[in-house]
Design a protein around this ligand. Sequence first.
Ligand SMILES: *[C@@H]1O[C@H](CO)[C@@H](O)[C@H](O)[C@H]1NC(C)=O
Ligand SMILES: *[C@@H]1O[C@H](CO)[C@@H](O)[C@H](O)[C@H]1NC(C)=O
Ligand SMILES: *[C@@H]1O[C@H](CO)[C@@H](O)[C@H](O)[C@H]1NC(C)=O
Ligand SMILES: *[C@@H]1O[C@H](CO)[C@@H](O)[C@H](O)[C@H]1NC(C)=O
Ligand SMILES: *[C@@H]1O[C@H](CO)[C@@H](O)[C@H](O)[C@H]1NC(C)=O
Ligand SMILES: *[C@@H]1O[C@H](CO)[C@@H](O)[C@H](O)[C@H]1NC(C)=O
Ligand SMILES: *[C@@H]1O[C@H](CO)[C@@H](O)[C@H](O)[C@H]1NC(C)=O
Ligand SMILES: *[C@@H]1O[C@H](CO)[C@@H](O)[C@H](O)[C@H]1NC(C)=O
Ligand SMILES: *[C@@H]1O[C@H](CO)[C@@H](O)[C@H](O)[C@H]1NC(C)=O
Ligand SMILES: *[C@@H]1O[C@H](CO)[C@@H](O)[C@H](O)[C@H]1NC(C)=O
Ligand SMILES: *[C@@H]1O[C@H](CO)[C@@H](O)[C@H](O)[C@H]1NC(C)=O
Ligand SMILES: *[C@@H]1O[C@H](CO)[C@@H](O)[C@H](O)[C@H]1NC(C)=O
Length: 386
Amino acid sequence: MAVPKRVLLLFAAISFCFSFGFVLCQNQELSSLLEVKKSFVGDPEKVLLDWNESNPIFCSWTGVTCGLNSVDDSARVVSLNLSDSSLSGSISPSLGSLQKLLQLDLSSNSLTGPIPTTLSNLSSLESLLLFSNQLTGSHPSSTRFPQESPNRTSLKGPIPAELGNCSSLAVLTVAVNNLNGSIPGSLGRLQNLQTLNLANNSLSGEIPSQLGELSQLVYLNLMGNQLQGSIPKSLAKMSNLQNLDLSMNMLTGGVPEEFGSMNQLVYMVLSNNNLTGVIPRSLCTNNTNLESLILSAIQLSGPIPIELRLCPSLMQLDLSNNSLNGSIPNEIYESVQLTHLYLHNNSLAGSISPLIANLSNLEGTCVVSQQVTRQSAQGDWNAWKS
Ligand SMILES: *[C@@H]1O[C@H](CO)[C@@H](O)[C@H](O)[C@H]1NC(C)=O
Ligand SMILES: *[C@@H]1O[C@H](CO)[C@@H](O)[C@H](O)[C@H]1NC(C)=O
Ligand SMILES: *[C@@H]1O[C@H](CO)[C@@H](O)[C@H](O)[C@H]1NC(C)=O
Ligand SMILES: *[C@@H]1O[C@H](CO)[C@@H](O)[C@H](O)[C@H]1NC(C)=O
Ligand SMILES: *[C@@H]1O[C@H](CO)[C@@H](O)[C@H](O)[C@H]1NC(C)=O
Ligand SMILES: *[C@@H]1O[C@H](CO)[C@@H](O)[C@H](O)[C@H]1NC(C)=O
Ligand SMILES: *[C@@H]1O[C@H](CO)[C@@H](O)[C@H](O)[C@H]1NC(C)=O
Ligand SMILES: *[C@@H]1O[C@H](CO)[C@@H](O)[C@H](O)[C@H]1NC(C)=O
Ligand SMILES: *[C@@H]1O[C@H](CO)[C@@H](O)[C@H](O)[C@H]1NC(C)=O
Ligand SMILES: *[C@@H]1O[C@H](CO)[C@@H](O)[C@H](O)[C@H]1NC(C)=O
Ligand SMILES: *[C@@H]1O[C@H](CO)[C@@H](O)[C@H](O)[C@H]1NC(C)=O
Ligand SMILES: *[C@@H]1O[C@H](CO)[C@@H](O)[C@H](O)[C@H]1NC(C)=O
């Protein structure tokens, strides 16, 4: 939404309040907001100071943007943005009665407790941003996993299945919290969803196959959870998906061959899982936009398929820390756009071809470790252009 339009709405709402008297604005919205305030028990920056009854023009309150309800010309909250405000406490179920809410951004605070199921009442909600900033904000030097921080505050409990009722939702981001339980299959009903970021929580269970129904989804990030089971083939149906990150989970089974038909994919990151099997030869069949294929540390075996050369945009190929065998196919060196090639810690035979000189775009560290045989152990950790 363009800023000028929002400002216009705000002015319209405020002038409405002035013209027709405050009493009309003393409605349900105001009392809901005051309930919401009660749940934010800590407000060290005093961002909610102006949220009080002696200042009843709630449309002017910090973080609140209003619009005019066309039905009864009343001022209604359309956006609530209190991101990065050092708030602590919990998310009030009363948010569910702000029925015209389009955007709710409570990200980068120190909130704890569950995501209220009453948010399912918000049928117009387009973005729900609840990600935490614990790692980048209060502890910038920490590179540890969020779960390891002893007194990190974060949202807890399950992702409410009822969120599948928020049919207008386009952005759902609850990354870096401590949500547990499984991912509800009902999220597959969110036909307008474009971004789903559940990274770095404690989610377990299987990835619901219903997520494959998210035909508008562009960004799917489930990294850093405890997800189990195999990767649903149905994910390949997401024909608009550009970013797929399932890394650092406990997924088993193989890399679905069907992923070869996802022709919008740019990033495919499946590293650090407990997958097995071979690299599907069809992976590049239709992946004309694939730039990063990160398949490290997922127990892959068998050869590097020569068909990988059919990914015309491939720049980063990481197949390290697997059990790949056979020789490195010369066709790999035809992928002249490669900038990063990681093949170390496999069981690949033979040596690196001089054809690697074709890869004139290789940059940064390109490490290829050859473990030809245990006896010779020659050429370990060969490095080019490092
Ligand atoms: C209520 O909000 C007004 C406007 O920001 C502020 O001046 C006043 O101090 C607030 N009153 C209380 C009791 O917080
Ligand atoms: C909320 O405000 C922050 C800071 O002003 C901004 O970066 C963010 O994009 C806003 N969120 C939404 C949903 O507009
Ligand atoms: C949900 O919306 C209905 C109207 O559609 C309203 O009456 C009810 O109070 C709302 N529930 C909550 C928990 O906000
Ligand atoms: C998840 O955590 C890892 C490790 O701390 C970090 O590198 C990554 O950027 C995080 N991802 C998201 C989406 O928060
Ligand atoms: C964590 O909690 C302990 C005591 O419970 C406290 O001493 C310590 O300062 C806290 N750490 C942070 C980063 O808040
Ligand atoms: C909301 O979703 C739940 C679970 O997905 C479902 O049982 C319930 O009927 C839905 N409620 C409404 C009002 O659509
Ligand atoms: C989620 O964590 C809570 C404790 O925070 C625990 O009581 C509950 O059993 C966990 N649920 C699942 C499904 O692991
Ligand atoms: C490959 O992508 C095209 C669109 O670019 C699509 O029409 C075709 O069905 C796809 N092929 C397969 C095998 O998925
Ligand atoms: C990975 O899979 C192997 C066999 O498939 C199993 O023995 C091992 O326990 C699994 N590891 C984890 C962390 O799930
Ligand atoms: C591969 O293994 C090396 C050495 O154990 C480790 O430093 C590196 O982080 C691993 N890479 C991945 C992607 O697991
Ligand atoms: C090789 O990869 C395996 C599997 O990821 C890992 O356990 C091992 O530490 C790696 N070894 C080296 C030397 O990097
Ligand atoms: C690669 O390993 C598999 C078993 O995992 C074996 O059947 C195959 O013969 C090996 N291929 C080569 C070229 O060593």
